[in-house]
Design a protein around this ligand. Structure first.
Ligand code: KIV
Length: 269
């Protein structure tokens, strides 16, 4: 008889049950190797469509294709054992109708093996969230600053600076929670609004640029590792990977020029 203990993956209902409890830890990851490291510490990993900007040099997430999300989603699922894997639904794959959203969400789940999908939008997406959740697809919602709407928002702007606009965001969060989302990302909102949203809903709020007044936090991994040349102001940077990679590449280039490699004797000894 085997004495191996199988590690079970965190599920969407387990994340939902963490409302008001121990803070939920999350990061994005797009690759098997980084995901394997993040997996040891994160409750869920988001394969975010930010990969279009971070990895593929796009100006926004609007152009990210579904197939790209699926390819990166597969890599992250392969590299991990325990975190819940959430894959972003890219722009244009869910807004048209609940049935289009279901078809694409089901494809993401079947092809990648992930445990949930995320989509952007509040009250306007409630019907779709209910449709998916009722049919076996756990949905994480995303309110506040929603990057896929960059063209209608006129830029990536902090939301709720004007208190008069708070109610819309609170209503958005309530609508997605009532529709059956198991958690909601709250992006780019002022601290007091984050607090009000967290109080208003019975599902965990996951903040990004939304202060500590949420039930959990998410950051883009490359931002917190110091890999991107530019980092949003709200990000606490924990590493200096960009300069480290540059220094390593510089030393490698010098070694090539100096022919400073192990000799055949050293390699095959
Ligand atoms: O795409 C992404 O990485 C995200 C996070 C910023 C929450 O949606």
């Amino acid at each position: 008889m085997s004495s191996q203990t199988q590690v079970r993956r965190t599920t969407a209902p387990q994340i939902a049950a963490r409302k008001g409890g121990e803070p939920i830890v999350s990061l994005t990851s797009y690759h098997a190797h980084t995901a394997a490291i993040v997996d040891k510490y994160a409750d869920f990993i988001l394969v975010g469509d930010s990969l279009g900007m971070v990895m593929h040099g796009m100006d926004s997430t609007v152009g990210v294709p579904l197939d790209l999300m699926i390819m990166h989603g597969k890599a992250v699922v392969r590299g991990t054992k325990q975190a819940l894997i959430v894959v972003d639904m890219p722009f244009g794959t869910y807004e048209e109708s609940p049935s289009v959203a279901f078809r694409n969400a089901a494809r993401i789940m079947k092809d990648t093996g992930c445990g949930a999908v995320k989509l952007e939008g509040g009250a306007r997406m409630a019907e779709t969230i209910r449709f998916l959740a009722d049919r076996g697809i756990p949905v994480m919602a995303h309110v506040g600053l929603t990057p896929q709407s960059v063209n209608t928002m006129g830029g990536f702007k902090v939301q709720g600076r004007d208190e008069a606009a708070w109610q819309v965001h609170i209503d958005d969060a309530r609508a997605v929670a009532e529709a059956g989302a198991f958690a909601v990302v709250v992006e780019g909102v002022v601290e007091d609004l984050a607090d009000r949203i967290t109080e208003a809903v019975e599902i965990p709020t996951i903040g990004i640029g939304a202060s500590a007044r949420c039930d959990g936090q998410i950051l883009v991994l490359e931002d917190m590792l110091g890999l991107n040349p530019w980092t949003p102001k709200f990000v606490k940077v924990y590493g200096q990977l960009g300069p480290m990679i540059e220094d390593s590449v510089k030393r490698y280039a010098q070694d090539v020029k100096d022919r400073a490699f192990p000799t055949e004797d050293e390699v095959y000894r």
